[in-house]
Design a binder for this molecule. Structure first.
Ligand SMILES: *Cc1c(COP(=O)(O)O)cnc(C)c1O
Length: 394
């Protein structure tokens, strides 16, 4: 490594995220290694119980990632070729990719300009006789569950909620204020390192429907009629059968062990993230050049990210602000992408125009928020953003 240049290297480096692991995760992994059972087994089952209990769902099924989980859920619901699924473009591209991977067609609906979640009116306008499901996204903060489930009920559609970054958030629907994950529809969470809690890679589907859960368990394991664990525990010989063509979408017990340990820290992680967001809000809410999403009444944000829009008329653009923060040693990311503008989707559908999606996506940036972020790091981000916005253009 070259020596650090004291002039150009920032005095402080604030990363966009930092893992939050301790001895609990280390012990859990060692225990699984010593047990001799490393693939999907008893610890995956335990992880599923913990997630289901946490969000108040009847069933939880773990698979390799949230992307797989979304695809698997569509397949389990019988949604595929010839079917359309309405989703936002303002999301990680995994959302529409999961629909394409299931053989169905994503139909992009625009954002609500204020809540930065898919606009229920745009969803309803996108419904055709081929529509089979709605796939709203909880981007850390909850989408408009009440309106979206109402549309789904009126049109007889399934709801598959992409809550990849929203573990711990709450949403308001006709039944009141509920944890994201406690829904009439299926809800998917991610355990990727950039999400609220992580196990390396992993996804979990929660559902109130035991038949959907059973279908997902078969799909992830080649439609094998008896689980590995049941076979090993059976006293005598057990021969399995394969009633249909399935997949290998299994999570490992090594990952699930990390997941269980992380779930034990979820409340602390959520509280730390909320505290950082509150300290940003103190100086950024009401700032003449910045805007944030409006939270829907009765809902909450798990603070997966702190996204803020740089308004037209600010002394510098979003990209210039990101560059200024980088010079101050602060890592940022562009806001959530406009999936419909990526070549993969322009090739399929042409250049769609989704004005609210493009405006929010093009002018927002994400500031660091992670459990374990120190107060001096938060202060440095606050001061650097304010000073950049106070300066002359350029
Ligand atoms: C991260 C993310 C995904 C993909 O999650 P993986 O577990 O990495 O597959 C899907 N949708 C949204 C909204 C995400 O933020």
């Amino acid at each position: 490594m070259s020596p650090v240049d004291p002039v150009t290297s920032p005095a402080q480096h604030v990363p966009i995220a930092r893992p939050f692991f301790g001895e609990e995760e280390e012990r859990a992994v060692v225990e699984v290694l010593r047990s001799g059972w490393v693939t999907q087994g008893p610890v995956v089952a335990r992880f599923e119980e913990v997630v289901a209990e946490r969000v108040g769902a009847a069933h939880a099924v773990a698979v390799t990632s949230a992307t797989t989980a979304l695809q698997a859920t569509l397949v389990a619901l019988g949604i595929g070729p010839g079917d359309e699924v309405v989703c936002p473009s303002y999301t990680y591209i995994a959302t529409p990719n999961s629909i394409v991977n299931a053989g169905a067609t994503p139909v992009f609906a625009d954002l609500d300009a204020e809540t930065w979640s898919v606009d229920p009116a745009a969803v309803e306008a996108a419904i055709t006789p081929r529509t089979a499901a709605i796939m709203p996204v909880h981007m850390g903060y909850a989408a408009d569950s009440a309106a979206l489930h109402d549309i789904a009920r009126r049109h007889g559609l399934a709801v598959v909620e992409d809550a990849a970054p929203a573990l711990g958030a709450h949403t308001a629907d006709d039944f009141g204020n509920r944890a994201v994950g406690d829904s009439e529809g299926a809800v998917v969470f991610s355990f990727h390192p950039r999400k609220i809690v992580t196990c390396g890679e992993g996804g979990v589907i929660t559902t109130p429907d035991g038949r959907v859960a059973e279908q997902l368990r078969l799909l992830r394991h080649h439609h094998m009629s008896v689980s590995d664990v049941a076979r090993h525990r059976a006293g005598g010989l057990v021969f399995e059968s394969y009633e249909d063509v399935g997949h290998n979408w299994r999570m490992t017990d090594l990952q699930a062990a990390v997941g269980v340990a992380q779930m034990g820290k979820l409340d602390r992680i959520l509280a730390e993230r909320a505290d950082i967001a509150r300290r940003y809000d103190e100086v950024f809410l009401g700032h003449p050049h910045l805007r944030r999403r409006r939270l829907l009444p009765g809902s909450s944000d798990a603070h997966q990210a702190y996204s803020v829009e740089v308004l037209a008329g600010a002394p510098l653009s979003r990209d210039d602000l990101m560059a200024a923060l980088q010079r101050a040693g602060i890592a940022t990311r562009r806001g959530v992408m406009s999936s419909h503008l990526e070549p993969a989707y322009v090739q399929r559908f042409g250049r769609l125009a989704l004005p609210h999606t493009e405006r929010v996506s093009g002018n927002t940036l994400m500031l660091p928020v992670f459990a374990g972020m120190r107060a001096d790091e938060v202060d440095h981000v606050r001061a650097s953003v304010l000073s950049a916005l106070a300066g002359p253009r350029g």
